[in-house]
Design a protein around this ligand. Structure first.
Ligand code: PLP
Length: 380
């Protein structure tokens, strides 16, 4: 089946008792057993719930994977992967990660004796040089947040295989519509389903998708033992969101391309990050592994200190100043104080998260209105 058909149908069947076409919200914590241990595959909703199962199967299909796991947040999904590690293990990861990933790595897992090595994942040599006999996990985000650096998923997969290291790709920014890391050698795809997958900014949820059954069983153990699993109402909403993923992503990409072109030559813009530009350092990798360039753009404002940046960020009428991304509505974010506030100033400035950087999540409103709003704030 092709992507659009899977987005609408995968994992879903008309309800056997009523014929309901939409997967019901199975708002139940427990399931009747006809005698002890005899049940229909569902015992207790921390571990299994039919609405969540439909979502997990749909997510797995969209990422070309065999197994899906849904979590109550992207961070809960990340936490579940990190539980596979032991004290003394090392993790190689990117130097401009999502702030919450940086925080769980350094503030939660370092205290249990796990070491995180931060490198530029667009630099394959730096990555291979960082491998030691203790390296157990490579964690890659691509495109990165917020400077949209590209990591070559397939090339990193070869390094991971060579040294027998578990390889995870955070695919939140691209979504499965634009790239499928499992096809390129990743062992696990991680998502903040809060973003493009759900797409309507009304649910916080995470996901993992993978092919290996033994690894799935290990992850399922922590998923159930720790319990960061979402309720059926949120699973229903995310499942509904997925039905339009392909339509939304196409519109996000088209609008972002128009806006990137508008901003590129604008006098108030000192620098723009968007992988669709041929002079973007990761453009060739993006062309190779992505089907389009996504809905995220970051800009550095010219001659703007923190105060001026705040003033500009607060004046939009159609764009909303808010954290998060990937919803139908356009958002502006100030990474240095919002999404990346938990990263020390020196560490974030080293990777370009300066005080006058703004990140734009381009929504699917009429692009003329979005450009008019940018003009209203920045001038023509
Ligand atoms: C938002 C985000 C996360 C964390 O997900 P939550 O759903 O907010 O817990 C992880 N990675 C990336 C790239 C994100 O944008």
């Amino acid at each position: 089946m092709k992507f659009a058909t899977k987005a609408i149908h995968a994992g879903q069947h008309a309800d056997p008792t009523t014929g309901a076409v939409m997967t019901p919200i199975y708002q139940t914590s427990t399931y009747r057993q006809s005698s002890p241990g005899e049940h229909k595959g569902y015992e207790y909703s921390r571990g299994t719930n039919p609405t969540r199962k439909a979502l997990e199967d749909c997510l797995a299909a969209l990422e070309n994977g065999k197994f899906g796991l849904a979590f109550s947040s992207g961070m809960a999904a990340t936490d579940t992967v990190l539980r596979l590690l032991q004290p003394g293990d090392e993790v190689i990861t990117g130097d401009d990660l999502y702030g919450g990933s940086y925080r769980i790595f350094t503030k939660v897992y370092e205290q249990y004796g796990i070491k995180f090595v931060f490198i530029d994942t667009s630099d394959l040599k730096a990555l291979e040089d960082a491998v030691t006999d203790k390296t157990k996990l490579i964690w890659v985000e691509t495109p990165t947040n917020p400077t949209l650096k590209l990591a070559d998923i397939e090339a990193i997969g070869k390094i991971a295989k060579k040294y027998d290291i578990l390889y995870v790709v955070d695919n939140t920014f691209a979504s499965p519509y634009l790239q499928n890391p499992l096809d390129l050698g990743a062992d696990i795809v991680m998502h903040s389903a809060t973003k493009y997958l759900n797409g309507h900014s009304d649910v916080v949820m995470g996901a993992l998708v993978l092919n290996d059954e033994a690894l799935y069983k290990q992850l399922w153990f922590f998923y159930n033992a720790v319990g960061g699993t979402p309720g059926p109402q949120d699973a229903f909403l995310a499942l509904r969101g997925l039905k339009t993923l392909h339509v939304r992503m196409k519109a996000h990409c088209e609008n972002a391309a128009r806006i990137a072109e508008f901003l590129k030559t604008h006098p108030k813009i000192e620098k723009i990050y968007w992988p669709g530009f041929t002079d973007h350092p990761g453009h060739d990798v993006a062309e190779k592994q992505m089907r389009d360039f996504g809905g995220m753009i970051s800009v550095v404002l010219s001659d703007a200190d923190l105060q001026e940046t705040f003033r500009i960020a607060s004046r939009f009428k159609v764009f909303t100043l808010a954290e998060s991304l990937g919803g139908v509505e356009s958002l502006i974010n100030h990474p240095a104080t919002m999404t990346h506030g938990s990263i020390p100033k020196e560490a974030r400035e080293r990777v370009g998260v300066v005080d006058n950087l703004l990140r734009i999540s381009v929504g699917i409103e009429d692009v003329d209105d979005l450009i008019a709003d940018l003009k209203q704030v920045l001038g023509d």
